[in-house]
Design a protein around this ligand. Structure first.
Ligand code: EPZ
Length: 421
């Protein structure tokens, strides 16, 4: 396994190009299974999670051709409907093949994804929604075994203990495109990635109204065709580079990033004193000499994203004063705290509230995190820390950040990849 080595203390400057959104690509790739025809998906980042989804599609019998950031999927004649444990266990997002398989093949067997390092992550909302569409579901041998032969449209409340669910909304919306009748999804997630999936489905011929709101209406059609689609830029990658600029008091322009997808992040970072401006085809972020502490609560979109919680915490570790960061989506998503404290941060966890007392400086250390965003946050801390930081197990970073060391180096950071012992 590789590690990333960072020699901190350099100001970042210049332009970084933001890649396509991983979390939009994954359900969109799954949605190609709804048609027999060829679909072309553009602006796909080169990431481990994308490679896993392509393996899953190939495993079902779809033909997949990759040419740079363009992927062509031709599912014509695919007959398999089992997503096996060895693929699903490496990526929870594999669950989003359940809806397309049920709608198209009328049956599905998908390994139960189980928990993960950021918390228990159940799938009850997915199952509740599919049951409401009259799918027959059972769990056997660790698999969800589903029969969709009698599915029909329905009125569904798709909420759970922590609000709406991104991938459950994706799953139900995809399932509803090809079944008889009208489906109304109440409390639907309205994340930009859900909207991008809906836009792709509409290009395939689906009848979907009001996506982007908390009530999505889908009228089933008999058949969907292939489509050509370019995915939206990755708002979480963009947010991470916004903080890379802020934490190094830098001046970075994020090419392709959409500020309208980052309203809550813009709001909070501006409150901290960071200068954020929309520029043609991107966002310019300039750090301030002195930052102010901020209180942040993660919420479903358009609230502050949980996928940016660890990164904003890195910034607050070196900001004078006390910041409180409250996690309302995954109350256990705090594995980065102990690693940040090893670098000299002063963070206490009380329930789902992290109390961050800003320190004058962080000092480089060997660190490790078993979660994608936590790893990104440690890289950010490494950029500002004195001396050398070794971020071990960057397997996780490679799941979600395309060419991170290349992009940071281009901005002036001293960062490189090494083989870990
Ligand atoms: C998506 O996961 C993202 N993944 C996650 O990004 C992101 O953290 C999350 O949405 C929240 O924004 C992809 O899009 C591939 P949820 P998802 O269902 O859809 C609870 C990253 O770093 N819940 O919206 O699986 C759940 O436990 C990843 O890129 C249930 O209780 O998340 C959480 O508390 C990590 N039952 C809340 O809902 C369910 O059946 C929201 O989760 C489903 C979810």
């Amino acid at each position: 396994m590789d590690k990333l080595v960072i020699e901190g203390g350099r100001r970042l400057e210049g332009t970084v190009t933001i890649s396509g959104a991983k979390n939009a690509c994954l359900p969109i790739l799954a949605a190609t299974l709804l048609s027999d025809e060829k679909s072309v998906i553009r602006n796909i980042p080169s990431l481990r999670d994308i490679a896993t989804m392509l393996k899953i599609l190939k495993n079902f019998g779809a033909r997949v051709v990759q040419d740079g950031d363009v992927i062509t999927v031709e599912p014509k004649g695919y007959t398999k409907y089992t997503a096996p444990y060895d693929l699903v266990s490496t990526m929870r997002a594999s669950i989003c093949v359940l809806g397309p398989l049920l709608a198209k093949q009328k049956k599905a067997e998908v390994s139960f994804p189980g928990g993960c390092i950021i918390g228990p992550r159940p799938i009850d909302i997915h199952l509740k929604g599919l049951s409401a569409l009259n799918a027959k579901l059972k769990v056997e041998r660790g698999y969800i075994i589903a029969d969709g032969s009698k599915m029909r449209g329905s009125h569904i409340y798709l909420g759970g203990h922590f609000g709406s669910s991104v991938l459950a909304t994706a799953n139900i919306m995809m399932a509803a495109t090809l079944i008889k009748g009208v489906t109304t999804i109440e409390n639907a997630a309205c994340e930009p990635e859900v909207m991008d999936l809906a836009a792709f489905l509409v290009k395939m011929g689906a009848k979907i109204k009001d996506y982007g709101s908390h009530r999505i209406i889908v009228e089933g059609v008999k058949k969907l065709h292939g489509a050509d689609h370019s995915v939206i830029p990755d708002r979480i990658e963009a947010g991470t580079y916004m903080i890379a600029s802020a934490i190094t008091k830098g001046d970075v322009t994020l090419k392709n990033a959409k500020l309208e997808h980052l309203i809550a992040v813009e709001d909070k970072l501006s409150e901290a004193g960071i200068d954020i401006k929309k520029v043609p085809n991107g966002i310019r972020v300039r750090g301030a000499r002195r930052l102010k502490p901020i209180d942040v609560t993660t919420l479903p979109y358009p609230g502050f994203p949980t996928d940016m919680q660890a990164q904003v915490m890195s910034l607050m570790t070196v900001t004078d004063g006390i910041s409180v960061i409250t996690e309302k989506i995954y109350p256990e998503r705090f594995i980065h705290i102990s690693e940040m404290n090893r670098m000299g941060a002063n963070i206490i966890l009380e329930g789902a509230n992290a109390i961050v007392k800003g320190v004058k400086a962080l000092s480089g250390a060997p660190v490790m995190a078993s979660d994608l965003r936590a790893s990104a946050a440690l890289v950010l801390a490494g950029l500002v820390a004195k001396d050398r930081t070794d971020v071990h197990r960057i397997y996780h970073l490679d799941r979600g950040y395309e060419k991170i060391e290349e992009k940071l180096t281009k901005l002036g950071a001293k960062v490189w990849r090494e083989k870990d012992k």
